[in-house]
Ligand binder design. Structure first.
Ligand SMILES: *Cc1c(COP(=O)(O)O)cnc(C)c1O
Length: 406
């Protein structure tokens, strides 16, 4: 398939090659069609984008900077490492770009309430923030187990005016919360919008979320031309559902730029304690989860597997359909980084650059450090620093203590 064709996807039915689509119960077909129609109209409306870009500039603080990491580069002894600083966006990660875009769309559709699911709480905080800013009601579904693990984010969402509804079904984590949020939406669709947090789920979400995150790559491309005088040679981003990665990659798809997506290698691949859908051919196979056909971690009977990662944002069994296609056609190389390696990169960035990265972003950094050592000094690597690490202080402190004890 030609690169140019890839850039124009999805097709009219919501497919990226064989991936994507809309595999949902009857009750959700009409709401998804209405959403697609409303988005396609908004997409052609200059006033919509003007309002969106205005919020990104004056509220989120965009453009986020691009920073050359001089001391980290020295320490790795090879290629230059540059950082796209999504950690400096309001609420501390890229997720606000999508939350605000969809919240504006919801308002345009006459909806008065947002529904969302959250795992670690980062997406929930972004949605609660957008709801407060735009004067919308907000209900966030969160697994009981996740609520216990992510206390501060539960407090944040409540202070922002959101109702946080505990989900005690199944494993009491993200995938159960998604089911509950979809159930709510089926009953309340007349006045509610379901605000999905990654480039995942049924059409039109993968397309819409990508379009709202595309600003990352558009900015980065112009910033690299202005600051380095040329495009980067390599782009690296972590891949949970895939929104920060596709947000960075998309504007570069037609450029001669190498792209690397980093999945959570967790504790080990062979034993299955990971969330690396592309790295484990035994478990990562094409299937359907939460309305979309893509690579899903499953057992021989097709039961969805529990995943493991030190970073909650990468700990999900499916990957966005556009990444599934980019993987198959070889346009993006996907690799994985272990919990341990991510921790190492977290420490390196803290001590060498004065930046505490999100553990998700630390996965991308670890791969950048590995690659930099193999490439010459004129080679430029741009890493998407998808978020800041304040949310991970407990996890990191505990993991480092265990490492020392071991
Ligand atoms: C949620 C999150 C991710 C993973 O989600 P994607 O959709 O794959 O980007 C990565 N980094 C941070 C900081 C996050 O909060």
């Amino acid at each position: 398939m030609l690169k140019l064709e890839i850039e124009r996807l999805p097709d009219a039915r919501g497919y990226f090659g064989p991936y994507g689509g809309r595999f949902v119960p009857e009750t959700l077909i009409t709401p998804l069609q209405e959403l697609e129609e409303a988005y396609c109209q908004a997409k052609e409306d200059a006033a919509f984008w003007e309002e969106y870009r205005g919020l990104l500039r004056d509220y989120v603080g965009r453009p986020t900077p691009v920073t050359f990491a001089a001391r980290l580069t020295d320490a790795c002894g090879g290629a230059q490492i540059w950082l796209k600083r999504e950690d400096l966006a309001h609420t501390g990660a890229h997720k606000i770009n999508n939350a605000l875009g969809q919240a504006l769309l919801a308002k345009r559709m006459g909806k008065t309430r947002l529904i969302a699911e959250t795992g670690a709480g980062q997406h929930g905080v972004a949605v609660a923030t957008a709801a407060a800013l735009l004067g919308l009601g907000c209900t966030i579904y969160m697994g009981c187990e996740d609520m216990r693990r992510q206390g501060p984010n539960v407090l944040r969402m409540r202070l922002l005016g959101a109702e946080v509804r505990p989900v005690d079904a199944g494993s009491q984590t993200l995938k159960d919360a998604i089911n509950e949020a979809l159930r709510d939406w089926a009953f309340t669709v007349r006045h509610s919008h379901y605000l999905l947090g990654s480039a995942l789920g049924p059409h039109p979400y993968p397309m819409m979320v990508r379009d709202f995150q595309r600003v990352i790559g558009e900015e980065a491309r112009a910033q690299m031309l202005a600051q380095a005088g040329r495009l980067p040679d390599t782009l690296i981003a972590c891949v949970g559902g895939g929104s920060n990665a596709i947000g960075l990659f998309h504007a570069f798809l037609e450029d001669p730029v190498e792209m690397v997506g980093v999945e959570a290698g967790g504790m080990d691949i062979a034993g299955g304690r990971h969330a690396a859908r592309f790295a484990d051919p035994l478990r990562g196979r094409v299937g359907i989860l939460h309305g979309v056909k893509t690579y899903v971690l499953q057992d021989a009977q097709g039961q969805i597997l529990n995943t493991h990662s030190i970073s909650a944002g990468l700990d999900y069994p499916a990957v966005g359909p556009e990444h599934a296609l980019l993987h198959d056609v070889g346009r993006v190389r996907y690799t994985h980084v272990s919990d341990r390696e991510a921790l190492g990169a977290f420490r390196a960035l803290a001590r060498l650059e004065g930046i505490l990265p999100a553990l998700e972003s630390a996965h991308a950094l670890a791969e950048a450090m590995r690659l930099a050592a193999e490439r010459p000094a004129e080679h430029i690597i741009l890493v998407n620093l998808s978020g800041r690490g304040d949310k991970d202080l407990d996890t990191v402190t505990q993991a480092l203590q265990e490492e020392r004890g071991a």
